[in-house]
Design a protein around this ligand. Structure first.
Ligand code: C2E
Ligand code: MG
Ligand code: MG
Ligand code: MG
Length: 290
């Protein structure tokens, strides 16, 4: 009897859970607590040089470990954080802890660069430059070791963002446009922001190698990046065929589950040699094919 109903019971709890989880007021209260009670954490995903297999940097991706709800992915709470202003303290926390981790890695001899996702709201803070300077100083890091990944947003006050980013760029911090090609103003951002890197949105790589359209779009972005002297990185590399396509197109960098999922820092460290081996193997495959 009990066993038979087990599944339905679970369903019942699951819908109660959904009800709580989907309630933005409750979630906002819980998100406040999350900051105070240190329920937020960062996972890290490597960016890989597609010719050498070297790790060129790591991206910090936020997770929320709720005591009852479990691990909550960013897309389930970042929009709420942006709408309520909580993105400011959350963003400060992410910058500080990513830099703290990077400092630790540098001390261990893992000489990498960290990328932190930054919402447009954060760029509207007049004191963001000062905050970042302090964070870098506290963690004894050169600005060159920090990259900010900016995602487009419709409501953006672009002028404030331009002046903040220009000042950060002058300091030496690297700037990249995230999810390039999916937003409303990709090209405006590219034109107006002092960009070092474009990240091709993963939706374009999904169609490789079956969709000639997606392949054409990726080639066009790569060629544009080359002509503008902007670095281009492909997001969402999941399969060998995608890696080979990107290598053939001379795309310098990639990121995706093929190399590694976002991982806790201790787990990522162990993967570094494995990732290099993978790229080198497929690089050789590709030469054989040609
Ligand atoms: P994003 O910055 O574009 O990050 C890439 C997302 O794609 C991540 O999802 C990553 O786990 C996922 N991903 C990586 N490789 C692959 C792959 O090969 N295949 C597929 N299907 N997915 C892949 P995640 O971690 O859930 O983050 C989602 C978004 O949340 C991020 O997109 C970013 O916009 C935002 N986000 C994450 N952390 C922060 C943060 O600290 N601050 C802000 N403002 N936004 C953040
Ligand atoms: Mg990103
Ligand atoms: Mg992205
Ligand atoms: Mg994204």
């Amino acid at each position: 009897e009990v066993k038979k109903n087990g599944k339905n019971n679970w369903k019942f709890y699951s819908s109660l859970y959904d009800l709580e989880y989907m309630n933005p007021l409750l979630m906002e209260t819980e998100l406040y607590k999350a900051l105070e009670q240190q329920q937020l954490l960062l996972h890290y995903q490597p960016k890989v040089n597609l010719a050498t297999g070297e790790i060129t940097g790591v991206e910090a991706l936020i997770r929320w470990e709720h005591p009852v709800w479990g691990i909550i992915p960013p897309l389930d709470f970042i929009p709420l954080a942006e709408a309520t202003g909580l993105i400011i303290p959350i963003g400060d926390w992410a910058l500080e802890s990513a830099c703290r981790q990077l400092r630790k890695w540098h001390q261990q001899g893992f000489d990498t660069v960290v990328s932190v996702n930054v919402s447009m709201q954060q760029l509207h803070q007049p004191d963001l430059l000062g905050k970042i300077k302090q964070i870098l100083k506290r963690n004894k890091l050169k600005p060159e070791y920090l990259e900010l990944e900016i995602t487009e947003s419709v409501t953006a006050d672009i002028n404030q963002a331009i002046s903040t980013l220009t000042a950060l760029k002058k300091l030496g911090v690297k700037i990249s446009i995230d999810d390039f090609g999916t937003g409303f103003s990709s090209f405006t951002y590219l034109k107006e922001f002092p960009i070092d890197t474009i990240k091709i949105d993963q939706s374009f790589l999904e169609g490789v190698p079956d969709s000639p359209k997606d392949e054409t779009i990726i080639k066009a972005i790569l060629s544009m990046g080359c002509n503008l002297h902007v670095n281009v990185i492909a997001e969402g590399v999941e399969r060998k065929e995608q890696l080979i396509f990107l290598q053939k197109q001379h795309c310098n960098e990639g990121q995706g589950y093929f190399f590694s999922k976002p991982l806790p820092p201790e787990e990522l460290e162990k993967l570094v040699p494995e990732i290099r081996q993978k790229v080198i193997e497929y690089g050789i495959d590709q030469k054989k094919e040609a």
